[in-house]
Design a protein around this ligand. Structure first.
Ligand code: BG6
Length: 608
């Protein structure tokens, strides 16, 4: 996820744009840039690293004159975070400049077409195709050039464009990526979200999917994707700046929980081509499994829990043995790995020291390493042989939510991909499972909508001395993550336990002072779970059941219920965890905890 901002008016554009970028930094912060029209020329400056580097290069924008411009802060998806890949991108003739948030999924074919026509590319980004298309279609009419350009784009874009032939007008366009228009007095704006504008104006226009806007200091013309003029209502923002950074949510964690349907969609969509799974956006060789006899997955924290879910999925479908290890253990136990082992490392930050060390251990032993990471250009993404990005966008809250669910989403895709490669499922089954995966984003939204009672449940149980999460198969893997979420942000002790194992000792702790969260979303094992629930109920425990909408027979066995929408059981982990994240969030809220920055924790532990 990146941040874009544009300004046209009578004031010093660069200073206003830089201030806007600072407010968007939470959206991405690995490089930034600005382009302003002055004396009918585009003046552009870019800087890798945090926005402060761009501020130093431009004296907070003061060194760039002009009253119309665009700016961008980047969360890299295509191409490492460096000056060349930073936005804005300009056409070869320096006539156009563009900033973009989103993913142009057909950029490879567009790039080939443009290269064949002699256009020179200066970056590895997907975005750069936009500015060369504009140049190719430009015949003195900016609007026509823009319409023809966006008609060629597939995927998602929130983009802003300036043209030196039009020193008073900028264009903005939006498809599947947030963009708003800011309405000022003798000045107007566009931005990725209100955060960048709310200090300058609280009057905004939320344009609709496919719309584009022609913006000058005194006029805003909006067109639908067919080029028809349309009217979109002006809205008044009631948030303050602090609230706006969180999209109106009280905490980044809640915002990131709620944006999971979109994040999960970002992890899925670029990997589905004509109903089939393709990792062509990653550097995975088609013969990935050649000579591979087993898989070893290693990670830390929530990423390790994602690995646990991945074990069940890959073994069930691909029938390849999968070991899962905590990276801190893996690196010191002299693991038995060689070139016949595919090692998968999972990391949101791509900077966790234990995971990096485990990756190096794997490579020293001759294994191929596939990384599943969120941060482009991170240490792990550079050290691994192959990389699959989760494309969750920046995750600010220390306790991961969308980082985890997008990791599990990638593992769902990978399990089907490996199963087909390993000839354990036929093409028809692969198509069916792939379509089940494509349902996950709306199931994730439904998991949120199905459970308005969670704040009430959190209030009811927020004083519990400790909690147990029990489940079987992938439900157990989700228990691990649900339990960690509760501990991380509410500081209530909890344990995740394989439901069938509780009776072998730990059930001694169960009494009428314990809450047991029972995950029962696996129909095949439902009766077993009911027996386990009866075991703990018989010893006085309260039971919060987490069930699918169809497993109603368990309801009489429980004290309270959280509902999960019905989906492919094997892929349940992505959706099931969301109400548990919300439960942990609201318990912590009741306990007055610092939810986004819990005590003792770090977003990424880059030391041993
Ligand atoms: C911990 C974080 O420090 O590291 C967890 O608090 C995270 O949220 C774990 O799951 C692993 O981090 P990463 O970046 O390697 O996934």
């Amino acid at each position: 996820m990146c941040g874009i901002v544009g300004y046209v008016g009578n004031e010093h554009a660069a200073s206003i744009l830089i201030e806007g970028l600072k407010k968007l930094e939470y959206r991405g912060y690995d490089s930034a840039g600005i382009a302003v029209i002055n004396n009918k020329e585009i003046n552009m400056i870019k800087a890798s690293g945090k926005i402060k580097n761009l501020c130093e290069k431009t004296d907070d924008g003061k060194s760039i004159s002009g009253t119309i411009g665009i700016a961008h802060t980047r969360w890299a998806t295509h191409g490492a975070p460096n000056d060349a890949n930073a936005h804005p991108h300009v056409s070869n003739n320096k006539k156009f400049a563009v900033v973009h948030n989103g993913i142009i999924e057909n950029y490879m074919e567009l790039k080939k077409e443009l290269l064949d026509k002699g256009y020179k590319f200066n970056s590895e980004t997907d975005t750069e195709v936009i500015v060369h298309l504009l140049d190719m279609y430009y015949d003195k009419d900016f609007k026509i050039a823009l319409m023809k350009t966006i008609s060629r784009l597939e995927g998602s874009y929130a983009l802003g464009v300036i043209c030196k032939d039009y020193p008073d007008t900028m264009f903005a366009a939006m498809l599947n990526s947030p963009l708003i228009i800011g309405v000022g007095v003798c000045e107007n704006y566009f931005a990725s979200d209100v955060t960048a504008l709310v200090q300058r104006t609280k009057n905004v226009i939320y344009i609709e999917e496919g719309d584009f806007a022609e913006i000058s200091s005194n006029t805003i013309l909006i067109y639908s994707n067919t080029g028809e003029p349309v009217t979109r209502e002006k809205t008044r923002i009631v948030w303050d700046v602090e609230a706006a950074e969180k999209g109106g949510y009280e905490h980044f964690m809640l915002k990131e929980i709620m944006e999971q349907p979109r994040a999960i969609k970002s992890a899925i969509e670029p990997r589905i081509k004509k109903g089939c799974i393709s990792f062509e956006d990653s550097n995975i060789p088609t013969d990935l499994l050649e000579g591979i006899s087993r898989i070893s997955i290693t990670a830390c924290g929530s990423a390790y829990h994602a690995a646990c879910a991945g074990k069940y999925m890959i073994e069930e479908l691909a029938r390849i043995p999968v070991d899962v290890d905590l990276a801190s253990e893996f690196r010191y136990r002299r693991p038995i790995i060689d070139k016949s082992t595919l090692v998968i490392v999972i990391s949101q930050s791509g900077e966790t020291a234990d995971t990096i060390a485990a990756l190096k251990e794997a490579k020293e032993n001759g294994a191929s390493v596939l990384a599943i990471v969120n941060v482009v250009g991170s240490a792990i993404s550079k050290l691994a042989d192959y990389v699959i990005y989760t494309w969750a966008g920046p995750e600010i809250a220390v306790a991961t939510t969308k980082g985890y669910t997008t990791q599990v989403t990638v593992l769902c895709l990978l399990s089907v991909y490996l199963a087909e490669k390993n000839k354990k499922i036929d093409a028809e089954t692969a198509l069916r499972l792939t379509s089940e995966i494509q349902k996950i984003p709306q199931l994730a939204q439904r998991a949120i909508d199905l459970n308005p009672q969670i704040p009430y449940l959190a209030k009811k149980y927020h004083n519990e001395r400790s909690m147990f999460f029990i489940g079987r198969n992938t439900d157990y893997a989700v228990c691990l993550e649900g339990s960690l979420k509760l501990k991380e942000i509410s500081y209530i002790h909890s344990e995740a336990y394989a439901a069938g194992e509780l009776k072998h000792g730990t059930i001694a702790l169960i009494d009428n002072d314990r809450l047991v969260v029972a995950l029962a979303c696996n129909d095949r094992l439902l009766d077993k779970l009911i027996s386990n629930i009866r075991e703990v109920k018989a010893r006085g425990a309260k039971v919060l059941g987490v069930i699918t909408e169809r497993s109603t027979k368990i309801i009489p066995e429980t004290d309270d219920i959280i509902y999960i929408p019905v989906g492919e059981t094997l892929f349940n982990a992505v959706v099931q965890v969301i109400p548990l994240q919300m439960f942990a969030y609201y318990v912590a809220l009741h306990n007055g905890c610092d939810i986004d920055k819990p005590k003792n924790l770090a977003k990424s532990v880059t030391v041993e």
